[in-house]
Design a protein around this ligand. Structure first.
Ligand code: HEM
Length: 141
């Protein structure tokens, strides 16, 4: 059981590394003006999204759901923190999906947002990290 939790946390860190860095790449990409940078950012973004972030997300979900089936649902099914965490996770998956939409916009040279927009978007994962970790560790309700 502790192995599942350790793997869950390792892949969660991998996932968040991407959630923090990809929108930061979008900030610089949206500011870039030359073709060489444009193509280089596309490669970096694609590798980060498909090579690190999405596998990190899938593995976090697999080990999280595994723990739920193994013991955690039976233990915490009536606890509010677990439901609140799962609700935040659903929103985090929507954010991940939006990261993928922005990726395809840049890929096809049809980005419609400014670097300021991505700077704001870049702050969102911090809120998810704070909320989800506090709910999972402190279990306040
Ligand atoms: C579908 C996705 C997820 C599921 C089903 C899930 C489920 C779980 C379960 C069942 C536990 C064990 C709870 C316990 O024994 O106390 C756990 C632990 C934990 N999860 Fe998740 N989780 C998911 C995603 C995440 C994400 C995205 C984060 C971070 C942002 C996260 C952070 C943590 C932390 C920090 C713990 C350790 C809590 C502790 O032992 O004190 N989880 N998760």
């Amino acid at each position: 059981m502790l192995w599942l939790k350790a793997l869950h946390l390792i892949f969660m860190v991998t996932w968040f590394a991407g959630l923090f860095y990809l929108p930061r790449l979008y900030v610089y990409h949206a500011m870039s003006t030359d073709e060489l940078s444009n193509e280089r950012f596309k490669v970096m973004e694609r590798k980060l999204f498909f090579g690190i972030m999405t596998p990190g997300m899938v593995a976090t979900l697999v080990f999280g759901i595994w723990m739920l089936l193994d013991y955690a649902w039976a233990m915490y099914a009536t606890s509010g923190w677990l439901h609140a965490k799962l609700a935040l996770l659903a929103l985090l998956l929507v954010y991940h999906y939006f990261c993928g939409l922005w990726l395809f916009d840049f890929k096809h040279d049809r980005n419609r947002h400014s670097h300021i927009y991505y700077r704001w978007m870049n702050e969102i994962p911090v809120l998810f990290l704070l909320g989800i970790v506090i709910l999972a560790v402190v279990k306040p309700f």
